[in-house]
Ligand binder design. Structure first.
Ligand code: ADP
Length: 553
């Protein structure tokens, strides 16, 4: 733009045709001496100017002037005289095939224009330019000045950056795909391990040593499942895909569930667990994500349990403030455990960070993901997870969240029954179709169902299931989503063409964020996540099964 401004300045003055170069011919001064000096100055200036330029007579299209940078930029032989050429010839010879604005530049560079173009120079090397064009009129002739600024380095850097970004995006997608399929692949055999250990533990006359070993197996496999879930959560947070669900729930009920689950573990360790929930909490109904809130508190409490050997662990929740719309609740988990040195206190919120990375970490176990996930989750809730700690004294993790108030949730049955039918409390005599291709998973599931007095029929894929449905009546269908030949989605579609009543629950090992909507949109009533706890499965069956006693066909 400097050139065009300079030209404007030149154009504003009166031309003196006796100047030495093109510019000097356009420049006037108060005397011939001044004019010549001015012209020479401008010619020298433009020859030294960093950008290459040409001046074109717009009537003939011939180049009437150019500077040395044109020769350098296009790597032309030093004696080349561009004044013998038309501007279009330059464009035709040197413009790159894939140049931006190619058609426009080939035809005619617009009068007042800025854009980018790529060229192949005389030595067949590619370079990029930023092009500026401006026109001025002099002696009834329109002149166009086109300048070219070499932006090859910037362009190459941009392209490098773009390819890095594309590669990084590709790698992030591959990582997300890998984690999701790995977690699915790991959850499926884990379902077999957890299911089998649960089944064996149900045996009443199990020798004590076998029961102990089975409990270790069960505990270890559930622990492994927790790690897989953590890794999956971490990757979701990393990819910005973790969203909170909003559902009305009672805060006191939610916190009591968390506390009850931990009371057993604190008792087993012989560590006092003190908790205080003010009675007003039972009146607090909020609209938020109950599962994720429980997940944060579970993480903090399991750390307190893990890192404390003597003293106690205290859990507190209290109402900080409350208005018509929101209730602010404070949470805190304190322990009298090993504590965290000050310089490590910010590190523990970073992925995979552990304070003790020597033998101690192996002693305590863990992946170093719990606090990272908790901190990100608290931030999603709009709060900030903070820590106060003294090595050897203990730690306190605390945060406050402003929750949206909600009306108490109406306890309505999952399935509306026809008049004369009532909700069942027992699975005996229920006719259930199990559609599952994995033989191990099917065996475990059927063993549980039979123990609960269910009358089971089995299909190994959707096609087989549809055949059975044609000839038998079922109270409920449990169907795996991932199956060969005809998967769960295709099968439910077929079933719902004629039958809108029979409850169908999907079985899946995939933890997709939008699982719930995917499942219900497909026509399922609900889903059971593998690996499942037998009691949870039974509760889901009872929630959905209608009470009908017809002899099994
Ligand atoms: P993990 O417990 O799986 O290692 P976390 O992210 O939950 O991962 O915790 C990271 C680290 O922070 C732990 O390894 C431990 O060193 C430290 N830490 C967390 N909570 C406590 C606590 N209550 N007391 C002492 N150290 C803790």
């Amino acid at each position: 733009m400097v050139i065009s401004h300079l030209f404007e300045a030149i154009y504003m003055t009166q031309a003196d045709k006796k100047g030495s170069g093109f510019f000097s011919r356009l420049v006037t001064g108060s005397s011939k001496k001044d004019t010549a000096a001015n012209g020479a100055f401008h010619d020298a200036f433009l020859q030294l100017y960093v950008d290459a330029y040409v001046v074109v007579n717009t009537e003939t299209n011939y180049i009437t002037d150019f500077n040395n940078q044109m020769i350098t930029l296009f790597a032309l032989p030093s004696q080349t005289n561009l004044k013998d050429l038309q501007i279009n010839q330059i464009m035709m010879r040197y413009l790159a095939e894939d140049s931006d604005n190619k058609d426009l530049m080939m035809n005619q560079v617009p009068d007042c224009w800025t854009g980018e173009a790529g060229f192949i120079n005389y030595k067949k090397e590619k370079f990029y330019t930023s092009v500026h064009s401006n026109v001025f009129e002099k002696d009834d002739t329109k002149w166009q000045i086109i300048s070219f600024r070499n932006i090859t380095d910037k362009k190459n850097a941009e392209q490098e950056l773009k390819s890095y970004r594309l590669n990084a995006e590709k790698a992030a997608r591959a990582k997300a795909r890998f984690l999701s399929s790995m977690s699915h692949e790991l959850r499926t055999p884990l379902n077999g391990i957890i299911g089998t250990s649960n089944l064996v533990l149900l045996e009443s006359n199990l020798p004590e040593n076998i029961r102990r070993h089975m409990n270790i197996l069960k505990y270890s496999s559930e622990h492994m499942l927790g790690i897989i879930n953590d890794i999956l959560d971490f990757s979701k947070i990393d990819a910005g895909k973790l969203e909170l669900k909003k559902q009305s729930f009672n805060l006191n009920d939610c916190l009591t569930n968390v506390i009850e689950a931990f009371e057993v573990q604190f008792n087993e360790k012989g560590l006092p667990f003190i908790f205080s929930l003010p009675p007003e909490l039972s009146k607090v109904h909020i609209s938020s994500d109950e599962i994720k809130l429980s997940q944060i508190l579970n993480n903090l409490l399991s750390n307190a349990l893990k890192f404390t050997t003597a003293g106690n662990v205290t859990f507190k929740a209290g109402i900080e403030s409350c208005d018509e719309k929101n209730t602010v609740i404070s949470f805190s988990v304190s322990d009298t455990g090993i504590g965290i040195p000050e310089e490590k206190q910010s590190e523990i919120f970073q992925g995979f960070a552990q304070v003790y990375t020597d033998d101690n970490s192996r002693k305590f176990g863990g992946t170093g993901l719990g606090l990272t996930i908790s901190e990100k989750l608290v931030a999603k809730f709009g709060g900030e997870l903070k820590v106060e700690s003294e090595p050897g004294e203990g730690s306190r993790f605390y945060f406050s969240v402003s929750f949206e108030n909600a009306l108490p949730k109406e306890a309505k049955p999952k399935v509306q029954h026809e008049p004369g039918f009532e909700h069942i409390t027992d699975t005996h005599g229920l006719r259930i179709l199990v559609v599952e291709d994995n033989a191990i998973n099917a065996t475990i599931l059927i063993s549980f169902l039979r123990r609960w007095g269910v009358l089971v029929k089995e299909a190994e894929n959707g096609i087989h299931a549809l055949e059975l449905i044609r000839f038998h009546k079922f109270d409920l269908i449990l169907m795996d989503l991932e199956m060969p030949q005809m998967d769960g989605y295709q099968t439910i579609k077929k079933i719902r063409e004629t039958d809108h009543k029979t409850p169908v629950l999907a079985f899946t090992a995939s933890l997709l964020e939008d699982m719930e909507s995917l499942i219900t949109e497909a026509g399922f009533n609900d889903y059971v996540l593998k690996p499942y706890k037998p009691a949870e499965l039974k509760k889901k069956i009872l929630d959905y099964a209608p009470h009908r006693k017809i002899d099994y066909v």
